[in-house]
Write a protein that binds this ligand. Structure first.
Ligand code: ADP
Length: 201
């Protein structure tokens, strides 16, 4: 297995001039390709800060974060945004679906921002919808979806740009948002069809 994420001696300080808050204190770990990592800790222990640093949303104070061979702590905007779009899948707990777009259009959004060709967008959306068991929901607007169905659409949007152009997919069971076991199995299946990191925030 190869290392896909290498977090090396990362520290993050917030504040300054007398009231420094050390959110991350010398954090180092690696994640292998295909591996799942859970980060646990009490509220305020730095979980969100760590994930935001790995996603390049928050800059580190010291240390380095390699995704593949790329040190993302050296990337500036707009390079970091482009790298994130191409190589990371961020699954937010809040849903952020656009109310004026249906599920298909919400999923298409990230691909069209990457200048993906329309027929490729269509092919990938059908593939991810089939993988997640949401083909019947694609024409619905967010207000026509249940909470669990919205989560499925949000996950499809986060993961659709990770599909390889030529991937052929097997159909797993539809995702039940109440079941973390089912989510992990779905992520495992998607992981087999992708070539990048998947992260949950
Ligand atoms: P967790 O996700 O584990 O609850 P956080 O990463 O949100 O923890 O927070 C870690 C520490 O960093 C906390 O003390 C929090 O108050 C502080 N912190 C997080 N974000 C900021 C910020 N933008 N400005 C100042 N302090 C922050």
């Amino acid at each position: 297995m190869s290392v896909i994420l290498n977090v090396s001696q990362v520290e993050k300080y917030f504040g300054g001039s007398g009231s420094v808050n050390r959110a991350l204190d010398n954090i180092s770990f690696t994640v292998e390709k295909g591996e799942f990592l859970g980060i646990m800790g009490p509220s305020g222990s730095g979980k969100s800060t760590l994930l935001n640093c790995v996603a390049g949303i928050v800059s580190v104070s010291t240390g380095h974060i390699f995704i593949g061979s790329r040190d993302i702590t050296l990337l500036k905007q707009p390079g970091m945004s482009a790298f994130r779009r191409k190589h990371l899948g961020l699954l937010f707990q809040d849903l952020n679906l656009l109310e004026t777009l249906n599920a298909y259009e919400n999923i298409a959004l990230s691909l069209s921002m990457q200048m993906c060709a329309p027929n490729e967008i269509h092919r990938r959306i059908l593939a991810i919808a089939q993988m997640m068991g949401i083909e019947d929901l694609l024409s619905r607007y967010p207000w026509q979806l249940s909470g669990g169905q919205k989560q499925c659409v949000t996950r499809a949007r986060a993961l659709v740009s990770r599909l390889r152009s030529s991937s052929r997919t097997n159909r797993p069971a539809p995702l039940d948002s109440a079941s973390s076991g089912m989510l992990m199995r779905t992520l495992e299946t998607i992981n087999q069809h992708t070539h990048n990191t998947i992260m949950m925030v």
